[in-house]
Design a protein around this ligand. Structure first.
Ligand code: URA
Length: 286
């Protein structure tokens, strides 16, 4: 028996069908495309939009030969608005309209403009006593916080509890929140865009709590809220002034993040000094 002769056309068809099913339904162009420049909005193609963008998607190119496409004069696309700025504007609007912490929490839960929300399990709003004289602000929730929906409940939270206890505080006499209320996937650092989108929420949260003293846990919180690029090892231990949107000026102490102290226990003595400063400041404000 002789084997059937291979049919190149049907093999090709089968291969194309396989590609189409796998979603590979676009030909590669002859010219290279700079996707990085596109993403930065610098060249003539709409950037890949986030799932939250209101921008319409670019229609998919068909597999028809180029000759079949109607000729059109080359055009510059309209200027690309940066979706992240729209989200930050929306966050500012929502945050400024919140008249209580509960309303702020509801508005944050409603807000879809930060991509971190879609990978997080929970909104991590706050823990502790909103009437407290002192507010601690960390960077962003980790895995344990995401699962529980409360800030600083994992290993670094347990260390924070011990540090609070060392100066006579606990979660009944302190209020705790984060700059970013949703866990970044894999505990990566939040991007500058994510931080700017979430900033209005933590700023409003600080305003609504109105603490007498603010403590920044780690460089991300200090840099974001004190608008500085200085590193935490230079910032820590020195009183700064946090300018609330209400015009109030709150004494703010940047200190080392408990997660950093777990990795670098030799620096616990620095944090201990900062906490003693905080204790004295609270006492002086009674
Ligand atoms: N690290 C933070 O900055 N915040 C948390 O809530 C937990 C860990």
């Amino acid at each position: 028996m002789t084997a059937a002769a291979p049919d190149p056309l049907s093999d090709l068809n089968a291969l194309l069908a396989f590609y189409a099913e796998a979603g590979a339904d676009e030909p590669l162009g002859d010219e290279t495309v700079n996707r990085f420049a596109q993403a930065a909005g610098r060249v003539d193609a709409p950037r890949a939009t986030s799932h939250t963008s209101a921008q319409p998607r670019e229609p998919r190119r068909s597999l028809q030969p180029a000759a079949a496409q109607p000729a059109s004069p080359p055009q510059r696309p309209p200027a690309i608005t940066v979706p992240d700025e729209q989200q930050a504007a929306m966050a500012r609007q929502l945050a400024s309209g919140a008249t209580s912490l509960e309303e702020l929490r509801e508005r944050m839960a409603f807000f879809d403009g930060c991509n971190l929300k879609f990978t997080a399990k929970n909104l991590v709003f706050a823990d502790g006593n909103p009437q407290a004289d002192i507010m601690f602000v960390g960077e962003a929730p980790g895995r344990d916080e995401d699962l529980e929906g409360r800030p600083f409940v994992g290993r670094s939270g347990q260390l924070l509890d011990r540090m609070l206890a060392a100066i006579g505080l606990d979660r009944g006499s302190a209020y705790i929140a984060n700059v970013i209320p949703w866990r970044p996937p894999g505990n990566r650092a939040p991007t500058p865009h994510e931080t700017e989108i979430c900033r209005p929420f933590i700023e409003r949260q600080i305003e609504l709590v109105g603490p007498k003293v603010l403590v920044h846990l780690g460089g991300a919180s200090a840099k974001t809220l004190l608008n500085t690029t200085e590193g935490i090892l230079r910032l820590r231990g020195n009183w700064r002034s946090y300018a609330a949107a209400s015009g109030a000026s709150i004494p703010a102490m940047p200190t080392l993040h408990p997660a950093y102290l777990l990795r670098t226990p030799a620096h616990k003595r620095l944090a201990w000094r900062d906490f003693l400063e905080v204790k004295m400041k609270l006492r002086s404000l009674q």
